[in-house]
Ligand binder design. Structure first.
Ligand code: SF4
Ligand code: SF4
Length: 198
C-alpha cells in the first residue's frame, strides 16, 4: 500500500499544468496600438455603446466596438486594410459614451498611420486625398484656402469633373474666395508642422 502511494505521488509530480488558457495571449499588435494611441485598448469589454453612438458606423466594414475586439485579438492585417479608420471623423462621440473612457479617434488615427507605413492600398483613397489637401493648404497659408484645397483634392483623387455645378454655385455666392489669406505668424505654423514631422 505504501509503495502504491509513493508511486502515485511520483506520477502526480510529473503532471504538467494545463497549457491551454481561456484568455487569448496578449498580441504585440495590441500593445503597439495602445502605446501609439495612448488608449488602453484592453479595457474594452464589448458593450457596443461606441458603435451605437458613432455617426459613421453604418458605412464602416468593421464597427468601432469590433475594431477594439480585433485589436485585442491581434488581427493586424484585416484592420490595416479596413475602411473603418478612414471613415472615422474624429468626433469623439464614442469617447464620451464609453464606460471605460476609451477614445476611438486616436486609435483610428494610429491604425491609419500603421496602414500607411505598411504600404497597404487605401480602401478610402479619396478620404486620404482630402486629408492631404486640407493639411497642405494649412501648411502653405496657415489657414484653409478652399479654392487651392479643392484644386489639389481634384488632382489627387483624379475626380476632376464631379460636383462642378455645386462648386460654381458656391463661387458665385462668394463662399470660395479666389485669393488666399495668410496668417501673420507663419513661423509658428511651420514649427507645428516640423514637430509633426511634416
Ligand atoms: S463603449 Fe468602450 S467598452 Fe464599450 S465596446 Fe466601445 S470601446 Fe469597448
Ligand atoms: S470618433 Fe470615430 S469611431 Fe468614435 S464616434 Fe466619432 S466617428 Fe465614430
Amino acid at each position: 500500500m505504501k509503495a502504491q502511494k509513493s508511486k502515485l505521488k511520483a506520477q502526480s509530480s510529473k503532471v504538467q499544468p494545463p497549457t491551454s488558457n481561456l484568455q487569448p495571449p496578449i498580441s504585440n499588435f495590441a500593445l503597439e496600438v495602445q502605446r501609439r494611441s495612448g488608449e488602453n485598448v484592453f479595457r474594452c469589454y464589448y458593450c457596443q455603446k461606441c458603435t451605437i453612438g458613432c455617426p459613421t458606423a453604418y458605412a464602416m466594414d468593421y464597427q468601432p466596438a469590433q475594431v477594439l475586439k480585433m485589436i485585442q485579438l491581434g488581427m493586424r492585417e484585416p484592420l490595416l486594410k479596413s475602411s473603418a479608420p478612414w471613415l472615422c471623423v474624429g468626433c469623439d462621440a464614442c469617447g464620451t459614451r464609453c464606460p471605460n473612457e476609451i477614445r476611438l479617434a486616436p486609435v483610428m488615427d494610429t491604425l491609419k498611420y500603421m496602414a500607411l507605413e505598411a504600404g497597404y492600398s487605401l480602401p478610402e483613397a479619396k478620404v486620404y486625398a482630402l486629408h492631404r489637401s486640407f493639411v497642405n493648404s494649412i501648411k502653405i497659408f496657415g489657414r484653409l484656402h478652399e479654392a487651392t484645397m479643392l484644386a489639389e483634392y481634384k488632382l489627387r483623387s483624379r475626380d476632376l469633373f464631379s460636383d462642378l455645378d455645386l462648386g460654381a454655385l458656391l463661387f458665385l455666392k462668394g463662399k470660395i474666395p479666389i485669393l488666399p489669406e495668410r496668417v501673420k505668424d507663419m513661423g509658428q505654423v511651420k514649427e507645428l508642422y516640423r514637430m509633426a514631422g511634416q
